[in-house]
Ligand binder design. Sequence first.
Ligand SMILES: NC(=O)c1ccc[n+]([C@@H]2O[C@H](COP(=O)([O-])OP(=O)(O)OC[C@H]3O[C@@H](n4cnc5c(N)ncnc54)[C@H](O)[C@@H]3O)[C@@H](O)[C@H]2O)c1
Length: 499
Amino acid sequence: MLKPEELKVGRRNFMKAAAVLPAAGAYVATAKIAEPVKCAWIGTGGEGRVLLENCPYNGFIEVVAVADIRPDFRELGAHIVRQKCCPDVRAYSNYKDMLSDGGFEAVVIATPLLTHGPITMDCLSAGYHVLCEKTMAYSIDDCEGMINAAKKNNLVLAIGHQRHANPLYITTKEMVDTGMLGEVHHIRSLWHRNHSWRRSPAGEWNNEVLKEKFGEYPIEGVAKILGITGENAKNPNIVMREGGKEDAPFYTEQKQFELYFQYLAEKEPEFEAKIHDTSEYGYESPDMLGNWRLYKKMSHGLMSELGSHQIDVCNWMWGAEPDYVSCAGGIWAYDDGREVADHVFSIFQYPNEKVMTFTSITTNKFDHYYDQVMGTKGTAFLTGESEAYYYSESGGKLGEVKMEESGSGKPAGSASGSRAKDMAGAGAAEGDGASLSNPFDPYRYELEKFASAIRKGDPSLVGCDGEAGYKAAIAVLRSVQAQEENKVKSCRIADARTA
Ligand SMILES: NC(=O)c1ccc[n+]([C@@H]2O[C@H](COP(=O)([O-])OP(=O)(O)OC[C@H]3O[C@@H](n4cnc5c(N)ncnc54)[C@H](O)[C@@H]3O)[C@@H](O)[C@H]2O)c1
């Protein structure tokens, strides 16, 4: 546990280090492009809307259409676009209709993992560039199908590992490449939380945008289904308790989604089939759509939803992929019908005596989430995707860094110059330290890079490309298999493909 003074020193050290690295400013906003790229969104749930909120509408991207099978999330996504960019945005319940209607060049996909492969391949085959959220795909076949479809159709394929567009991570990569950290044999990454990771519809009960759309707050509609009237009907604290009784237990999240989706299906009858028609959409229950992360059929759980980001960082830092993985874990804490592990402890062995450990737990949040890149000369410590620290080994672990140590020969005095300010974003004051002024900026940079790659006809300009996404996805899959079978698994592509 670092003390505030030690954190301050670490932040200052990181800024000093950044200031003497070679590719000054290369990672800040991409140069403007001639004309914004017209885009459509598939999936306007939590992440789809984060991307819409942080989209570079100022010259890079124009959003003309959105598609989502959920009527509520579709409306919430369309609402953001109407406010920020395009009052006439088109909204679809079936993305295939949107692809046929066209009027855009590229698609951003933020749907559950199982659907990434099929939806991306449909988009690429129809001639649209794609940015698909991480993890790249559920299976190796899907990843390869996506890469091949992009190549065949000469289109850009980007994967949403946004750390590739995060100045703090780009600086850390430079620290590794220039030898500033020395020999790096170990990267320690983790993502720890103390909650069930279950979602409920709570955020939607009293949503104003949905009230405008449906003519009442969703909780009032659900209350009607349950026969609850009067003032109580507006209060989720009562409606969501068994029998509508104030002191009764809350309905399970499964039951809450069942009731909420019943209400949405009354508003939009075709939604009914989407939560039960396994032939087209795959969802076997309302909870499988609302809490898809917890179902094996839809997701690889903590490894794909959290670990893939950090494995991808490690692959990038070392320019290599793991040879082997072992993993302990299981469903240890939540006996609630979930099918994926709630604790995972993975050890990835990389070539040339390097090891990455990734742990993700749901019963303790003390460590939050971070990546520590540990070299013989120093440690880069990145936490929450928005704070970075650097500690030298030679100056005493927590000591102030003297920039001569980097071997750059440049004076430390330049360290707090414009480079440091660029890195922290335009809004940051000099001396703020190595933190992003807006932690969501990497999403904007990621989308800028995607748009630039399309306009300039150069797929290599994206943050994370299909090949990098594929390598992270293989490691995810093999780690899950290692945990389930309690065996060390090879992560080499040839072995993974024949497994
Ligand atoms: N890059 C990141 O840091 C980050 C963070 C969170 C989530 N994600 C990724 O974003 C994706 C979505 O996650 P989320 O948290 O937004 O989930 P979510 O459940 O909030 O949203 C998913 C949306 O996809 C829609 N959908 C499902 N199947 C569909 C289909 N066949 N056609 C059209 N729409 C469909 C759902 O109705 C829902 O609105 C996942 O791949 C997840 O891993 C990335």
